[in-house]
Ligand binder design. Structure first.
Ligand SMILES: [Zn+2]
Length: 269
């Protein structure tokens, strides 16, 4: 049995805390706790076991499960977690069509009241068509699923580069810089190696990758990051930067074309 020391809690506002833990090899489980309502929200459920253990150790009561997309490594544990907790499952209407267990189907732009905490569903298609980033302004956090990673972004399984670029550009416009960014996977170190290959003069990125290497050497998470950190270091949000465009020999191309080229290069990196 693990104890609370195994679950360092991240204070995201004066009344919310996040418990983040590993599922499978490199997926993250994320629980957001609201001290005012004394209830918790889960973001995706790769597997139920780690969630049940984290809920037991923290003593938190789970009431909602928010889905970021339909991939099995994000939803595989939903049924078991619902059976054990009675939590309601919330997801994109497209996810609801695919999965049999979504209680509340939302569209991009919809908001949901999670026991007094408002979450906004920002449709961020590209990795899949049903991708949602969940923005919870009062908890100062966004969970971007497999759309935006720290120093990277998701692969294009169901959409194209133009679509995912539009999605990430919306996050750029809408999410305040100080917002904490949580996502589906611990891919930061490999993402950082690619980022440096196309943005080698970026001193903030160099420093970030040094920090990432230290964290990973100590088996520590590199998440959450912040929107400000991603804007300064994530090449997929920086396609307008001349240094990156020059390294791709695409100085005059559209942002979407630079993005698509970056995504293609990362696939083969
Ligand atoms: Zn995925």
């Amino acid at each position: 049995m693990r104890n609370l020391q195994d679950y360092p809690l991240i204070a995201t506002s004066d009344f919310t805390q996040v418990c983040q833990f590993t599922c499978f090899q490199n997926n993250y489980g994320v629980l957001l706790y609201n001290r005012k309502s004394e209830t918790a929200v889960a973001f995706d459920v790769p597997e139920a076991g780690p969630y049940l253990e984290a809920l037991k150790v923290t003593g938190w009561k789970l009431t909602y499960i928010l889905l970021t997309h339909h991939h099995h490594d994000h939803i595989g544990g939903v049924n078991e977690l619902v059976a054990q907790t009675g939590a309601k499952v919330v997801g994109h209407a497209r996810s609801a069509q695919k999965l049999g267990f979504v209680d509340l189907a939302l569209e991009s732009g919809d908001c949901i009241d999670l026991n007094g905490l408002e979450a906004k569903a920002i449709g961020t298609p590209g990795h899949t068509l049903d991708s949602i980033s969940w923005w919870v302004p009062d908890a100062n956090m966004v969970h971007t699923g497999d759309a935006l990673f720290s120093l990277g972004c998701g692969r294009l399984f169901e959409g194209d580069g133009e679509m995912l670029w539009a999605s990430l550009n919306q996050l750029k416009r809408e999410i305040p810089a100080e917002t904490l960014v949580f996502c589906g996977h611990e891919y930061t170190e490999a993402n950082g190696r690619f980022a440096l290959s196309v943005d080698s003069k970026n001193q903030t990125l160099l420093k970030r990758q040094q920090d990432v290497l230290k964290l990973r050497a100590n088996d520590k998470p590199t998440l959450p990051s912040t929107m400000a950190q991603e804007l300064a270091t994530n090449p997929f949000l920086r396609v307008d930067q001349l240094d990156i465009r020059q390294s791709l020999d695409l100085v005059d191309a559209s942002d979407a074309d630079v993005f698509s080229k970056l995504r293609q290069m990362k696939d083969n990196f």
